[in-house]
Write a protein that binds this ligand. Structure first.
Ligand SMILES: Cc1cc2nc3c(=O)[nH]c(=O)nc-3n(C[C@H](O)[C@H](O)[C@H](O)COP(=O)(O)OP(=O)(O)OC[C@H]3O[C@@H](n4cnc5c(N)ncnc54)[C@H](O)[C@@H]3O)c2cc1C
Length: 370
């Protein structure tokens, strides 16, 4: 039996980071179904920080997270969390409108590029496959170091992580919750649902109305280039309509067909068709002839209908908080999301720069009867 103030369900980046923030003030236990934190979406990301990505609320959360990655708190990590690296949004023939929209939304943070400038920056691009683009100063995140930093912070503050602790039942009682897990029972005053693709399943266990989370499979692979080394300084390239992206990754090229196939919550695996589509699109956009795939994987990016996350109290069930729907941005927004979640659960003020976004994050926004 474990007693605590807050039980966080889910040991991905969302749950571990929020737990670490809350543990400064209260006692926290994280229940993670798998044998280690970060096994699902968190361990399968493309590890990118891209400011010009996602709806406005995501951009605000990303901007508010950046300083944590650039200047982590003392003792958080021994390695850089964010390695600067450029990103090109690449438009091909017929994608003029998509490119114009990207440039309009990005404002001063984007620099327009001619087709020749793009090829100069990323020599793998096929000159006649691009008509122009936009450049932003993005970067690669060390996801393992980010997760490990929060994990250490949580433990240093007296928090606990139970692994192999799949939550199987939740029962509310006067003043608190009983959480049945495969690793024992947890008693807590509040629950934070950070179960990623399983978020609506956890809500059902708590008697809360599901929010309509849709997990979507995304595939990635790495490959060697047959005739040249992969330059780590090459920028990431993202198709203007996000039909493919590729970037250097530890001496190899990481490629994704940017698929978004709805899936039940599961241990997602790559489909051969999606791998073939990735290769096909890569060979159309670049001069690469893909000959040896080194690694392939898939993970679930979990979205709410408006593509914004849900953070905050459930509108009906007392003591039940949501921290879900991070979609394709859950690593780069984690520091700000964790701070917002902690402030809401602990009934503290949300930092002024994020306070105006609270209605856009409220789980109650999906209620049609209010
Ligand atoms: C291919 C790919 C590329 C991506 N690229 C990027 C990127 O470049 N930048 C970026 O910011 N984001 C990216 N993302 C998105 C990012 O990975 C996710 O938004 C983020 O990891 C979500 O974190 P999470 O903690 O909510 O989910 P998860 O990491 O999935 O964690 C949820 C946890 O809950 C646990 N759980 C579920 N049910 C239970 C239960 N009953 N009891 C106990 N535990 C339970 C699960 O085991 C899991 O560990 C990418 C995702 C994919 C798949």
């Amino acid at each position: 039996m474990h007693n605590c103030d807050i039980c966080v369900i889910g040991g991905g980046i969302a749950g571990i980071s929020a737990a670490a923030e809350m543990a400064a003030t209260v006692t926290v236990v994280v229940c993670e179904a798998e044998d280690q934190p970060g096994y699902h979406a968190t361990g399968r990301s493309a590890a990118r920080f891209a400011q010009n990505y996602g709806p406005p609320v995501i951009r605000a959360l990303s901007a508010a997270s950046r300083s944590h990655f650039e200047h982590p708190p003392a003792g958080f990590t021994d390695v850089p969390l964010l390695l600067p690296g450029g990103e090109i949004f690449a438009a091909g023939p017929g994608q003029e409108t998509a490119l114009a929209e990207i440039l309009a939304m990005g404002g001063d943070s984007l620099r327009p590029l001619s087709a020749q400038e793009m090829v100069d920056l990323q020599p793998l691009l096929r000159r006649n496959a691009v008509i122009g683009g936009a450049f932003e100063a993005g970067g690669d995140l060390d996801v393992h170091a980010v997760l490990e930093g929060y994990r250490r912070r949580l433990l240093a503050r007296g928090g606990r992580i139970l692994t192999g602790a799949r939550v199987t039942a939740l029962s509310g009682r006067e003043g608190g919750w009983t959480v049945d897990t495969a690793a024992g029972v947890v008693q807590a005053a509040h629950i934070v649902n950070a179960a990623g693709a399983w978020g609506d399943r956890i809500a059902e266990l708590a008697g809360a109305t599901p929010l309509g989370l849709v997990p979507k499979r995304r595939t990635a692979l790495t490959l060697d280039l047959p005739d040249r080394p992969v330059d780590p300084a090459w920028p990431m390239v993202v198709d203007a309509e996000e039909r493919i992206y590729f970037k250097p990754e530890a001496g190899r090229l990481l490629v994704s067909p940017a698929d978004e196939t709805p899936s039940p919550p599961c241990d997602a695996q790559p489909e051969e068709l999606d791998i073939a589509i990735a290769i096909d699109r890569l060979e159309a956009l670049t001069t690469v002839k893909a000959h040896r795939i080194i690694q392939k994987w898939a993970g679930l990016r979990t979205f709410l209908p408006d593509k914004a996350p849900a953070v905050g109290p459930d509108p009906e069930i007392e003591g039940f908080y949501w921290l879900v729907g991070q979609g394709g941005y859950g690593i780069q927004t984690a520091p700000a999301m964790a701070r917002v979640a902690a402030a809401m659960v602990l009934d503290q003020a949300v930092e002024p720069v994020l306070d105006p976004w609270i209605p856009a994050l409220a789980p109650s926004r999906f209620r049609t009867d209010t």
